[in-house]
Design a protein around this ligand. Structure first.
Ligand SMILES: C[S@@+](CC[C@H](N)C(=O)[O-])C[C@H]1O[C@@H](n2cnc3c(N)ncnc32)[C@H](O)[C@@H]1O
Length: 207
């Protein structure tokens, strides 16, 4: 029931954030991608408008059947892209080692059940020097008052937002998984509640 509601209201819920910052971040990160690209947890397909036809093969994964239904419908609007859609979870990707030139995770590493395992899988299926492209809301490390509220609200938030965590230190965990951060922006995701605003977005390289 909650996953049905989430899929139904996801786009309206993020509309303000999309226009205030997310669309610009998505564009900056995705427009230059080429060759074989895997996107994890694609949701309703918010990244689709930003891929160019330099992408040879675009593989989208989305485990929620309600989200996936919208994703399949939306993908048909982008006839310049060759898209395959699967229900795979990030923690267990049925692709051989070194299959992709880039992997995209936007607002997904907050929601995976096991972030360490998901990052290990991302690292495995990326080619050497391949890119992890990320936009993730994270722990408010430098703002003790906000962190206190993140910790208070997280148990309820996780239930209402289908497993989304507020206090993950995703930047540290990307580094620990064997990536080198090539560029990183630490900004506030305007248009969402303050507890979900601290965001990192950028690119990390498989080393
Ligand atoms: C907040 S939405 C983000 C959707 C989209 N990436 C975006 O940028 O708008 C999180 C998505 O991650 C998906 N998800 C949750 N757990 C996942 C997992 N273990 N592996 C892959 N995707 C997952 C959810 O079904 C949901 O569609």
């Amino acid at each position: 029931m909650l996953s049905w509601l989430m899929a139904k209201y996801y786009d309206p819920m993020l509309r303000d954030a999309e226009t205030r910052c997310l669309q610009e971040w998505r564009k900056q990160l995705l427009q230059a991608l080429s060759a074989d690209v895997l996107e994890l947890g694609s949701g309703t397909g918010a990244n689709l408008p930003f891929y160019s036809n330099a992408v040879n093969r675009l593989v989208l994964t989305e485990p929620s059947k309600h989200m996936r239904k919208q994703l399949i419908a939306k993908s048909k609007e982008y006839s310049h892209l060759t898209v395959d859609i699967f229900d795979y979870e990030a923690e267990s990707l049925p692709f051989p080692d070194s299959s992709f030139d880039a992997i995209v995770s936007t607002l997904v590493l907050c929601s995976v059940k096991n972030q360490e395992q998901a990052l290990a899988e991302i690292h495995r299926v990326l080619r050497p020097q391949g890119k992890l492209i990320f936009i993730e809301h994270v722990i408010a490390k430098d703002r003790p008052e906000r962190l206190k509220w993140q910790r208070r609200i997280e148990p309820f938030w996780k239930v209402l937002q289908c497993g989304c965590h507020l206090t993950r230190d995703t930047e540290k965990n990307i580094l620990q998984a064997g990536f080198e951060v090539k560029n990183i922006n630490r900004q506030s995701m305007r248009g969402v509640p303050p507890i979900a605003r601290p965001t990192i977005w950028g690119e990390a390289i498989k080393v």
